[in-house]
Write a protein that binds this ligand. Structure first.
Ligand SMILES: [Zn+2]
Length: 618
């Protein structure tokens, strides 16, 4: 491994680690006993509840330390059995922790408003009052304790069983592909995506068609699962007295309905912008428009010279330092302190993430550097996450959790600074610049067309599900209608994907609904921040850091209002964020004549990787 993990523990399985783990296991049991022994919060028992909250916060600090350590080890050496054993014991610790949390929600659910306000105002809790109020709101989404217990038990054989059934059938599904040379092969469906990212259009089409034939053989099961999952949710919302099916997702995202509408109104008003990006790609490929299976196709760029790890680090640091010296210094210190596991190695998990310990207040980055431009982008992305934690390092643990909508602000900001740095760096060849710009512009098409398609489909699904189950035909029609409306003419007639509702795993995650709009929100939010940075220059940066610091202490609207004086419920901010994509698109267009391969289908580049990495990250 490249990274230094000794600040977690001197060695895995050593006495420090064992004692630390044993203390966690002892303490969580004690916390659960105390929590379940406490009557609901009132005027009389505030001292006992306060002491419980503070002890839980201290426990969470150690819990994150140990969990982050095991997460690093199992990612870096996925087949190590000792790590697996430790991680499975840790997940049992997690189950007890969840029970402690449930008891804490129970305790504040029915407290009267005055007693609760008094509790939140206590000296040692006041700086965590946002989290307490959120917990109380969360608790109020619940039915009575015995009804919730019944729903949870039935859920094991109900909603989660449908999710597991989908995972099983999609995991076993295979498809037949007929290559352009007539050769046929049977492959697991998981290999379809990388085939649909090949430069050869005939291969992409063959994978798409073969894959959809396979999905059609399980369409009834997928439709039954989708109807059961959405139906169960609607029933539970009714019993929990949650008036609208979007409410839970909005709460989890810490945004209002008005903000969501403002964002989607701005997107609908500017659809031509991302459509132009797709038209540019179609033109580069010599096609009149694109089909669904062209979405992940690489631009046919010329063969490029690859950068080794040291050069990648140098380019990232230089780009950061030029625009944002503190971010550059911080990133250099991560290299100096060996906080990054980057080398390609057997047994290493794919993907990238940033993790950290609340105890040491240090971060670690996991990724694999395969010498593609997309990997350099991953480095800038994860460094942005680490910088976010660094900016929050002095805050109490309760003020350091943030929703998915705000989580990608600093990471995407880092990517945009890198793109600007690369484009203005005279030592970087044109093709690498074009690759970087293509990734940026390509993200626009994903977050402003593909993700809104998923959102609009899912919203219509829930609206129609209130009236009864949707047939396979209805699901296919609904998906095709949505794709046509969102993409417009750049999606060629007949190029839609009627089975996208069956093949997209996100619709079948039973723990979270609307696993789509937070991605678009996060993307546009950081573009909007970056647009302000470009307008206002370095004076903006202290307010940007204030924004990052507040992400665990307020709603999204509140964070934006008090740090950068922006009203997220108005469309202007979102419109500016979308139109900020015009500049990189114009730069890309200008570079294309110099960088495209004359033969239209050059070898695959790494440009498309980082967008889907974002989508698969959590
Ligand atoms: Zn991220």
């Amino acid at each position: 491994m490249d990274w230094d993990l000794t600040s977690y523990f001197p060695e895995f399985g050593g006495s420090e680690m064992i004692e630390f783990r044993d203390a966690l296991e002892r303490d969580v049991d004690e916390l659960l006993d105390r929590a379940s022994g406490l009557s609901d919060l009132d005027d009389q028992n505030q001292d006992a509840w306060e002491s419980l909250y503070l002890d839980v916060e201290e426990f969470a600090t150690r819990y994150s330390h140990y969990g982050s350590y095991l997460g690093c080890l199992t990612a870096a050496d996925a087949s190590n059995e000792a790590y697996q054993v430790a991680e499975s014991a840790f997940s049992q610790l997690g189950a007890v922790t969840a029970k402690v949390n449930a008891e804490m929600l129970r305790g504040i659910r029915s407290t009267d408003d005055d007693a609760f306000a008094e509790f939140c105002a206590r000296e040692r809790l006041a700086s965590a009052s946002y989290v307490l109020k959120r917990d109380r709101q969360d608790a109020r989404f619940m039915m009575s304790t015995d009804r919730e217990a019944l729903a949870a038990d039935l859920g094991v054989d109900g909603i989660s069983a449908w999710g597991r059934l989908y995972d099983t059938i999609s995991g076993k599904l295979e498809f037949d592909i007929t290559y352009p040379d007539g050769r046929t092969e049977r492959l697991p469906i998981s290999q379809r995506r990388s085939l649909m990212e090949q430069s050869d259009r005939d291969i992409r089409r063959a994978a798409f068609e073969g894959g959809n034939t396979a999905w059609s053989t399980v369409e009834d099961v997928a439709a039954a699962a989708l109807n059961a999952i959405s139906g169960t949710r609607l029933t539970l919302y009714r019993y929990r007295e949650i008036p609208h099916f979007l409410e839970r997702a909005l709460f989890d995202s810490a945004i209002t309905k008005k903000t969501l509408d403002a964002m989607f109104d701005a997107i609908a008003a500017h659809r031509e912008q991302p459509r132009k990006a797709i038209a540019l790609k179609a033109k580069a490929m010599g096609e009149p428009g694109i089909a669904w299976y062209d979405m992940g196709a690489p631009m046919p760029f010329r063969e490029i010279e690859v950068f080794d790890w040291d050069r990648a680090c140098e380019l990232v640091t230089r780009a950061f330092t030029a625009a944002y010296p503190d971010l550059g210094d911080f990133t250099q210190s991560m290299f100096d302190r060996n906080w990054i596991d980057w080398g390609p190695r057997e047994g290493k998990r794919p993907g990238g993430f940033c993790t950290g310990s609340l105890l040491t207040r240090e971060s670690r980055i996991f990724m694999t550097y395969n010498e593609a431009m997309g990997d350099m982008r991953t480095l800038a992305h994860e460094a942005g996450h680490a910088f976010h934690s660094y900016v929050m390092r002095d805050l109490r643990p309760f003020a350091r959790g943030y929703p998915m909508t705000l989580a990608e602000s600093a990471s995407t900001f880092g990517e945009m600074i890198l793109t600007e740095g690369i484009v203005s760096d005279p030592s970087v060849p044109d093709t690498q610049k074009a690759l970087m710009l293509d990734a940026e512009v390509g993200h626009g098409a994903i977050f402003l067309l593909d993700i809104p398609t998923r959102f609009e489909f899912e919203r219509a699904l829930y609206e129609q599900r209130e009236e009864g189950e949707l047939t396979v035909t209805r699901l296919k029609d609904l998906m095709v209608e949505t794709q046509k409306r969102v993409f417009g003419d750049v999606l060629v007639e007949g190029g839609e994907d009627p089975y996208f509702w069956a093949s997209k795993l996100h619709f079948y995650i039973t723990g979270v609904s609307f696993y789509n709009f937070p991605y678009t929100f996060g993307f546009l939010l950081s573009r909007g921040l970056f647009a302000r940075f470009k307008q206002e220059g370095p004076d903006f940066l202290p307010r940007y850091e204030e924004f990052l610091r507040l992400t665990g202490s307020d709603t999204s609207e509140g964070v934006a209002r008090s740090s950068i004086d922006v009203d997220l419920e108005q469309p202007n901010f979102w419109s500016d964020a979308i139109t900020s994509l015009e500049e990189p698109m114009a730069q890309l267009e200008a570079l294309l004549p110099k960088t495209l391969n004359a033969a239209p289908f050059a070898r695959a580049s790494g440009a498309g990787e980082s967008a889907e990495r974002n989508l698969g990250e959590r």
